[in-house]
Write a protein that binds this ligand. Sequence first.
Ligand code: HEC
Length: 162
Amino acid sequence: MRITPLILFTLLAAMVAGCENYDLDLHQQNTYKIQEYPRFKAPEGSVAQGSIRVDYSDLDGAEMKSPITNISAATKNGKKLYEIYCIACHGSDGTTKDAPVANHLDPRPVNLLEEDYVELTEGELFQRIIDGIGSMPSYRRDLSDREAWEIAKYTLKLQKRN
Ligand code: HEC
């Protein structure tokens, strides 16, 4: 068969057309991106893990019991978390003495070793951490419930209560 210019043109055109949807960049593929429609629906009745936070603000902190069983491990982790989230205002020993920002705040962060605060129950400490109080921020978004209980445990240690 003689390859006429017409046949050659038709073959080349078909090849070029075939390349139209071909892209070396994988980013351009027909895939779904995160949260892009259509998404799969969770089976009916399923509960998303870790995304439901209980609102503790209406509960009586004095009645709340810590879920922590391994006290020494929790206190150790609580210390680490205290040094991240609390030390700037309440100081390394809870008295605010070496707290870098305490003197710049009004009202001033409290000395956690004072009687009023040593009288707080562990549940009340947990509640203050999760909900905040006055000008002290709420840590609901930064800490899990467990982490807040761990800080409460470490606060008890600072107050020489455990
Ligand atoms: C930005 C500074 C700041 C940080 C950070 C901070 N606090 Fe406070 N805290 C305060 C201030 C200010 C008060 C006094 C609040 C008031 O009565 O207005 C307070 C009060 C408290 C009280 C006493 C609550 C009461 O019943 O009156 C406790 C307990 C406490 N903080 C624990 C903590 C713990 C634990 C952390 C770390 C998770 C923390 N705070 C982080 C500023 C801070």
